[in-house]
Write a new protein. Structure first.
Lengths: 141, 502, 462
């Protein structure tokens, strides 16, 4: 579906920090949304998290333990905040050479990392469905 | 007025790199004869090759002359970069700094042979102290950010001497990036305080943010919106009440010379940018100088050496006996070549001239504010009810809403008219910000032309936006691919060659 | 009458105020609270004409004795060399001199390309792939290097030689203070001055971010064990930072060829006058390793093309490391640097070229070698105090009980000779010792004159 110019992919969950989550068995694949990549502009570098890093679900105020790396355009740096608590299992090495994948395919080839959630039951409820995210996006645009 | 910048170019590039102009056995220099015995360096420590270009002197001169023609300075035209104070750089200052007695002296010479240098620095310190209303000035820092770092180290030392470790430094959300970075480098946590709807520090928010953890508040006044923080006394009180220090970022000092002084406002640490207010040339990014002034209670922490005067012997000397000094932030004593220029500038202006400069700078800025607010497409985001000081921030948001054209596009199109763009997208609290600082060395005609041009550009945005998006076209080169530049950085001739081989 | 630097005369200002509907200039300052308004003129000298300022400043500076009018053997972090006249005339061109940081790349290709050429020159000299567009000086470059190594390795200890320049060490201490880095000094061999390798190995724990060495050292000798130092450092997972005088690199092996990860140094001797110790030029370069380049402080100029891909051009890159974007998480707070000095350095280096720089370095070293030999021959003097190869600086120790370096220097000064820098206070363990420097400015006759004067001052045999 679309909100204005921004694509929202079905079958994924979302956060208000513009991350998407795809559940794959007991793992969660994470990336940033079309809205996010449009806001950032051409991405020149992705700082990927370390494999094995423990992260906490992002709440206010934001701290370093909630960060899953960062995405950089030439004029800005945006931290990626973890939608769930867990451990980083895999990172998308293709982004090292081709950070622009986040711009061209934010929901597919531009995935950032795979997380093994450790508190899913409690945290799942705070994630947004595609419709809820669309509603949220409408308030911004 | 039409403008076209020189463009030495062929199909693929502008003026070649000096490495590309190299031809074996050419040389641009001769050396005096060798001394009898050899260098006596073991062979295994000697390099086998050094790949630097070989050119003759005329080729080198032509190359760099051509490069200079593809560069734009204050001497070329209007340069209204907000917070940079791009004022005219007097040429007499250049002449004086180049004198043998200024440039051919070594910092370790016997003190009897450098009395002139010590005297100049001593007097410059005192003039700056008077201008800022502080007790003592240190001329060591090489740049504004360097001075900021020193200021933060002094704050740390002060609190430590009181047996306290205060971890926080408060910075307004409109502050220059170096403020945040300098505080962090000195080991502080940065607490950001918001601006209110009038574009000034939100006193309520500030009172909530200060605590026994506050080491200092960093503030510039006038602030980065060009507005005077009229509640400065309340701000000072809030910070001093909890035992914190008040730090003044001197970037905007040109807005208040002779009218008020940071020391009188309650600032404990005052920073100066000699390459802004005191007219030493920016040099394309340096060298500058960022002296720091302090109130009496912080004097003992200043870096060594401190220049003192022995009345009995009638001699200046370098005093290293400062047990509470924080040590050094730079080797030697400061960017002397820059200090000579600032000293001369203060004499050329005198007390009356500095005040006149501020008045003319503030008038020029208010004049632009008055004329530009009548131009559709640009608006003032914050307090338009009173005067601004030496700079003013406009927003090109209305133009963006109307035509889709951005502040960047406007700035790039200005270049086509032979004017340097104002600072844009700063401060971050103003969308599509254009930060304009004309300075006092700009004639009224140029200000009128600037406003006319912004109006013409707004019209172009409506009728032919592509003209702006494709701007600039009258400069040595058009817009560059900054994304490619950062994605695949080529940072040296070496890297370029390696890449070409692949 | 108006001021020459203020084009809007009193009349024009009145006209502007009129147009604005403002009664007087005071209205524009009405928002300054009464309590803090300055009610008097600033107590500064009266405005002077250009002629008066010229006379005043010249007279003040005339109280300086330039080293060009004396015979000086001072070095120690700032080294006088001959600067070809075209270097200064080119950097004084006002399109360079009066420009700002090249944020608007389209009108600033001149400065951008000149700085790219400087970065390139530094890379060739140091054997590194990446160099920034300058830091303030050698001392602050060391500080920034330590911070960078701490960020890259996640470790907090920095090892430095005991024989490090005290001024540079003092600056490093202030940079280390922020993140609380621990600085540890490593001992040296008493006769050679070389780094004590057993102390190095013992000190290289898993908590060491970097090892810093100066080559040539503050005392003028070369670190002959440098490859061993590099290996030991890397085996411990630490980075090697080497500090240099770039003039030496005309002759000596590039640090990149013996394992340096980061090279820092003082670029002043390349085309910039001594100028009482400032402006100086901090060199900062590193290997082309993603982990390092992302953490490098300072401005970086990169090559690119125009948007249509047709023309080559230059622009500032990787700005997301810098303060104006990253703010408190920037790699450094540095904004303005020593750009114009960097351009002068580039012009100087390309003027001499590889053979000129080689010859220059050989002359500097040969002069030092000759001076050491002749001074050492004087009864009561020892030059150098370390049995290692030296570049263009060396130590001179006075073992004669009747003389100190200070009083020798005083006697020399009476003969128009500026002797070396006494280091007895900084390093009391070496007794009455000074550091002397020779460059291409010194002729054989100059050195002979020094030797004769010293011998005479000591009433000594040679």
């Amino acid at each position: 579906m679309k909100v204005g110019e921004h694509e929202i992919s079905e079958g994924l969950y979302y956060t208000k920090d513009h991350e998407w989550i795809k559940f794959e068995g007991n793992l969660a694949r994470i990336g940033v949304t079309d809205y996010a990549q449009k806001q950032l502009g051409d991405i020149v570098y992705v700082e990927l998290p370390e494999i094995g890093k423990s992260v906490r679900q992002a709440t206010e105020p934001k701290t370093k333990e909630m960060e899953l790396g960062a995405v950089e355009s030439i004029k800005a740096v945006s931290a990626i905040y973890s939608p769930l608590s867990g451990t980083v299992k895999e990172t998308n090495q293709a982004l090292q050479d081709r950070p622009e994948l986040i711009n061209t395919s934010p929901y597919t080839e531009g995935w950032i990392c795979v997380l093994e959630p450790n508190n899913l039951e409690a945290e799942r409820g705070s994630l947004l469905t595609p419709d809820a995210y669309a509603t949220f996006l409408k308030t911004l645009t | 007025m039409k403008f076209k910048q020189a463009s030495w170019a062929n199909d693929a590039h502008l003026e070649p790199l000096v490495f590309e102009l190299s031809r074996a056995n050419r040389t641009g220099y001769t050396l005096p004869q060798k001394t009898p015995s050899g260098a006596n360096i073991p062979e295994n420590l000697v390099r086998k090759k050094l790949e630097l270009p070989e050119l003759s002197e005329p080729e080198i001169v032509r190359h760099y002359t051509r490069l200079s023609q593809m560069n734009y300075g204050v001497d070329s035209g209007f340069y209204p970069l907000g917070s940079c104070t791009m004022k005219y750089n007097p040429k007499i200052c250049e002449e004086l700094a180049a004198l043998e007695t200024a440039s051919r002296i070594h910092p370790y010479q016997d003190e009897g042979t450098i009395q002139g240098a010590l005297e100049l620095m001593y007097k410059l310190e005192r003039h700056l102290a008077e201008i800022a209303g502080v007790a003592r000035v240190c001329l060591h820092p090489s740049a504004g950010a360097h001075g900021e770092f020193l200021g933060m180290l002094l704050a740390r030392a002060y609190h430590k001497s009181k047996g306290k470790e205060r971890k926080e430094v408060i910075v307004p959300d409109s502050a220059h990036g170096t403020n945040f970075a300098s505080a962090a480098m000195a080991g502080f946590d940065v607490v950001v305080v918001p601006s209110n709807s009038k574009g000034r520090v939100d006193i309520g928010a500030l009172r909530k943010a200060v605590s026994k953890k506050t080491a200092a508040l960093m503030l510039t006044n006038p602030n980065t919106l060009g507005l005077f923080e009229d509640e400065i006394l309340k701000i000072a009180e809030a910070v001093h009440k909890v035992g914190g220090l008040l730090y003044y970022d001197g970037a905007n000092l040109n807005g208040i010379l002779g009218k008020t002084r940071p020391g009188d406002m309650g600032f404990d640490i005052v920073h100066f940018n000699l390459h802004k207010t005191f007219s030493t040339p920016h040099g394309g990014g340096g060298p500058g100088a960022g002296p720091i002034g302090v109130s009496r209670k912080l004097e003992k922490f200043l870096p060594v050496p401190v220049i003192e005067y022995n009345r009995k012997r009638r001699r200046y000397y370098l005093d290293y006996r400062r047990p509470h000094s924080i040590g050094k932030v730079k080797a030697f004593y400061g960017n002397f070549g820059v200090l000579v220029k600032a000293y001369a500038y203060i004499l050329l202006m005198g007390a009356s001239g500095l005040q006149e400069a501020t008045e003319a700078a503030v008038l020029n800025s208010n004049y632009i504010m008055h004329k530009l607010r009548g131009v559709s497409g640009y608006e003032l985001k914050f307090d338009a009810s009173g005067p601004c000081k030496h700079e003013i921030v406009f927003s090109a948001e209305p133009l963006k809403r109307e035509t889709g054209v951005t502040a960047r596009d406007v700035a790039k199109r200005l270049l086509d008219y032979g004017m340097h763009a104002p600072t844009y997208y700063f401060p971050p609290i103003v969308p599509e910000a254009l930060m304009i600082e004309p300075t006092e060395t700009e004639p009224k005609e140029e200000l009128d032309r600037f406003v006319e041009t912004l109006k013409a550009i707004a019209d172009e945005a409506r009728s032919d936006p592509e003209k702006l998006r494709s701007a600039p076209t009258q400069t040595a080169v058009g817009r560059l691919d900054e994304v490619k530049a950062s994605r695949e950085p080529i940072l040296s001739w070496r890297m370029y060659r390696k890449l070409a081989k692949q | 009458m108006g001021h020459p630097y203020i084009p809007n005369t009193h009349e024009i200002r009145e006209q502007m105020l009129d147009e604005m509907g403002v009664a007087s200039i005071d209205e524009l300052f009405a928002d300054i609270p009464e309590k803090i308004r300055l009610k008097r003129e600033l107590k500064l000298p009266k405005q002077m004409s250009e002629l008066e300022v010229k006379r005043h400043v010249r007279a003040m500076l005339a109280k300086n004795e330039p080293f060009t009018k004396m015979l000086s053997f001072l070095g120690g972090g700032v080294w006088p060399h001959h600067i070809p006249s075209h270097v200064q005339s080119l950097v004084q061109r006002s399109e360079f001199l009066t420009s700002y940081t090249p944020y608007q790349a389209e009108v600033s290709q001149g400065m951008l390309q000149a700085l790219f050429e400087y970065q390139s020159v530094v890379c060739e000299l140091t054997g590194m792939d990446v160099a920034n567009a300058s830091m303030y000086d050698w001392a602050t470059a060391i500080g920034e290097a330590a911070l960078m190594c701490a960020r890259v390795t996640g470790r907090k200890k920095v090892l430095v030689p005991e024989l490090i320049s005290p001024e540079r060490f003092a600056v490093l201490q202030n940079y280390a203070a922020g993140p609380g880095l621990e600085l540890v000094k490593l001992g040296y061999d008493w006769s050679t001055g070389q780094l004590d390798m057993s102390q190095l190995r013992a000190g290289l724990g898993q908590d060491v971010a970097c090892v810093y060495v100066e080559n040539p050292s503050y005392f003028g000798f070369l670190e002959t064990q440098i490859e061993e130092i590099a290996n030991a450092t890397h085996n411990a997972g630490a980075l090697l930072v080497v500090g240099v005088n770039p003039i030496s690199l005309g002759l000596l092996k590039a640090p990149g060829d013996y394992g340096a990860d980061i090279v820092v140094g003082e670029g002043q001797p390349l085309g910039n006058p001594a100028s009482f110790g400032g402006p100086t030029l901090g060199i900062f370069a590193c290997r082309d390793d993603q982990k390092l380049v992302r953490q490098i402080p300072g401005r970086l100029i990169g090559m690119t093309t125009t948007l249509d891909g047709k023309m080559r051009g230059f622009t500032m890159v990787l700005q997301t490391r810098e303060q104006h974007i990253r703010r408190e998480r920037a790699t450094s707070n540095i904004c303005s640097n020593e750009a114009l000095c960097a351009v002068a350095a580039a012009i100087y280096a390309v003027s001499l070229g590889p053979r000129g720089l080689r010859e220059l370095a050989e002359i500097c070293a040969a002069n030092a070698s000759y001076a050491m030999k002749k001074l050492d021959a004087i009864d009561g003097l020892e030059a150098p105090i370390f049995t290692s190869p030296h570049f263009n600086e060396f130590t001179l120790r006075c073992t004669h009980p009747k003389f100190t370096v200070e009083n020798l220097n005083t006697k020399l000064l009476k003969q128009g000779i500026q002797g070396g820098k006494p280091i007895s206070k900084e390093f009391p363990e070496f007794g009455e010792t000074a550091i002397l420097c020779t460059t291409e400015l010194h002729t054989k006759e100059n050195i002979d004159r020094l030797v004769d004067a010293v011998a005479e001052a000591m009433g000594a045999r040679r």
